[in-house]
Write a protein that binds this ligand. Structure first.
Ligand SMILES: Nc1ncnc2c1ncn2[C@@H]1O[C@H](COP(=O)(O)OP(=O)(O)OP(=O)(O)O)[C@@H](O)[C@H]1O
Ligand SMILES: O=P(O)(O)OC[C@H]1O[C@H](OP(=O)(O)OP(=O)(O)O)[C@H](O)[C@@H]1O
Ligand SMILES: [Mg+2]
Length: 285
């Protein structure tokens, strides 16, 4: 039977969340600690555990059909590869940083300077766009140390909380790229594998929708129900059920995580009581 081949980071920041999204989609695989290849037990999927930076070439060569990797890697090494789904984890930014006490007014200040990075293509493209000629110095890790040891005047690296920059006496001065984990696809994927991919993507989308939503149950006096329904649109419309206690109803609905607290506040001011919020496992629309 044909299997869809997916590349997942062998170890590092993407590994755990990538396996979790498969697991939440009902697909269980071993975690790649002692093996480079694993088959899913209940879905036609084979997982190859690879270095993140190597994955674009494997996709191009058709060695794997799809992959989960940081969008920043696609920008650096795989601009020919499509983002087929944004996955909402490993959010970070690729930024320019300089020593905390350096004077920095604009990108032009980097003209003729030495810049250390693990993302040379991304940096070159950004500098070209801004007509800056800098000397790009490629290093593969611990980039933030470069200015402190006299190796560079500035760096370009991943920033998330900013604590690595802070600890190394650096300040962020420009944001070049925003990134999150994405699902991408080989240009050589077969029609058969594409069919499996469509099924997998459908499952992933229902997990992602569920992660962004909460199920809400609340009680309210009947005369308040109409107002509360206006606050809670629900997937089609909220469910309203009578309570055993006469004159009261129970209302059930789904609310979006982004507007969650505002909606809860509004519900309370409109007479909602006994509000319960539950996570949703899957959402199939
Ligand atoms: N501090 C961070 N916060 C959030 N996401 C991050 C952070 N650092 C890296 N990432 C994201 O996770 C991806 C993997 O990062 P990680 O450091 O684990 O791997 P790597 O060393 O770049 O790659 P490789 O697998 O080739 O060794 C990055 O490409 C980026 O998209
Ligand atoms: O803004 P922060 O939250 O401090 O995160 C940024 C740091 O995280 C990443 O390194 P990682 O920890 O993955 O180590 P690595 O250099 O070994 O990949 C990245 O290369 C930065 O150094
Ligand atoms: Mg890293």
């Amino acid at each position: 039977m044909n299997k869809l081949k997916i590349a997942i980071q062998k170890s590092g920041r993407l590994n755990e969340d990538s396996l979790r999204i498969l697991k939440d989609s009902g697909i269980s695989v071993d975690n790649g600690i002692d093996q480079l290849k694993a088959s899913a037990r209940n879905f036609p999927l084979e997982v190859l555990y690879l270095r993140n930076g190597d994955i674009p070439q494997y996709l191009r060569d058709g060695v794997v059909d799809i992959a989960i990797l940081g969008e920043n890697i696609l920008i650096e090494k795989g601009q020919d590869l499509p983002v087929i789904e944004k996955l909402g984890f490993s959010k970070c930014r690729v930024c320019i940083a300089v020593p905390k006490n350096a004077i920095y007014n604009s990108i032009k200040d980097l003209d003729g300077k030495k810049v250390a990075t693990s993302y040379p293509n991304t940096v070159r493209e950004y500098f070209d766009k801004n007509s800056v000629e800098a000397n790009i110095h490629l290093i593969n890790g611990s980039v933030e140390i470069a200015p402190n040891i006299g190796l560079a005047d500035a760096i370009v690296d991943i920033v998330s909380s900013g604590s690595t920059l802070f600890k190394n006496n650096l300040k962020e001065v420009e944001e070049i790229v925003r990134s999150e984990a994405v699902l991408t696809m080989s240009p050589k994927i077969s029609a058969e594998s594409k069919e499996i991919l469509d099924k997998l993507q459908f499952r992933i989308q229902s997990v992602l929708k569920a992660r962004k939503s909460k199920y809400v149950l609340l009680n309210a006096p009947n005369e308040r129900v109409e107002n509360i329904i206006k606050i809670l649109p629900g997937m089609r419309s909220p469910t309203v059920l009578p309570l055993a206690d006469e004159g009261w109803s129970s209302i059930h609905s789904v609310i979006n995580e982004e507007t969650f607290w505002e909606v809860i506040d509004e519900l309370k001011t409109n007479g909602a009581e006994g509000i319960l919020i539950c996570p949703i496992e899957k959402m199939v629309l």
